[in-house]
Design a protein around this ligand. Structure first.
Ligand code: GUN
Length: 178
């Protein structure tokens, strides 16, 4: 039986110069092109031409970064259902992720709830609440939001980093499917 080809990224990361890597994959992590550049510095081979393999290596770069660098990446994310989203000021990926979870359809009460939670969360942790929203609706997101507000700072930084790595994997998969 013929096996199906795995989805491949185009351009192939293994064929990219550093400049091409930054150009094509620098935006996979929100406003943080250094993650793609660090992955390139590791030496990319054909193994890394699938979305999941590149996502794994990029994720490792973020896991290995200092807590200060990790916090900067978290801080590069916009609020969910926040003012920037309402004003149409998000990156293309962020706009479609938030719309995909129906966050642009919130009732005025739901927007107020997000506003209050965003403020409480940022006051406690110093960075915005980030969650991979694919497959979640706004009710599930609000429930996770309230639960994660109870975490301690270290747990919450690690949770946010895991969610950001998940978001990057979805972004890379979506690009390979185009
Ligand atoms: N999860 C998926 N996309 C986003 C985003 O743009 N911002 C936040 N805070 N979480 C997300």
């Amino acid at each position: 039986m013929p096996t199906s080809n795995p989805l491949l990224l185009s351009p192939a990361p293994s064929q990219c110069s550093l400049e091409m890597m930054t150009h094509h994959y620098g935006d996979v992590y929100e406003h943080s092109p250094w993650v793609a550049e660090s992955a390139w510095q590791q030496g990319l081979t054909e193994v890394h031409d699938t979305p999941d393999a590149l996502a794994e290596l990029m994720g490792l770069m973020l896991q290995q970064a200092s807590s200060e660098q990790q916090i900067k990446v978290i801080q590069a994310h916009p609020d969910l259902a926040g003012k920037a989203a309402l004003a149409g000021e998000l990156t293309q990926d962020s706009t479609s992720e938030q719309a995909g979870a129906g966050l642009d359809q919130c009732s005025p009460e739901e927007f107020s709830r997000f506003e209050a939670l965003n403020a409480a969360y940022k006051k406690k942790f110093g960075f915005p609440f980030v969650i991979a929203v694919k497959g979640l609706d706004r009710h599930a997101i609000l429930a996770a939001f309230e639960e994660r507000l109870n975490n301690d700072a270290v747990t919450e930084r690690q949770t946010a980093i895991q969610q950001i790595i998940r978001i990057a994997r979805f972004r890379l998969r979506a690009r390979a499917e185009q």
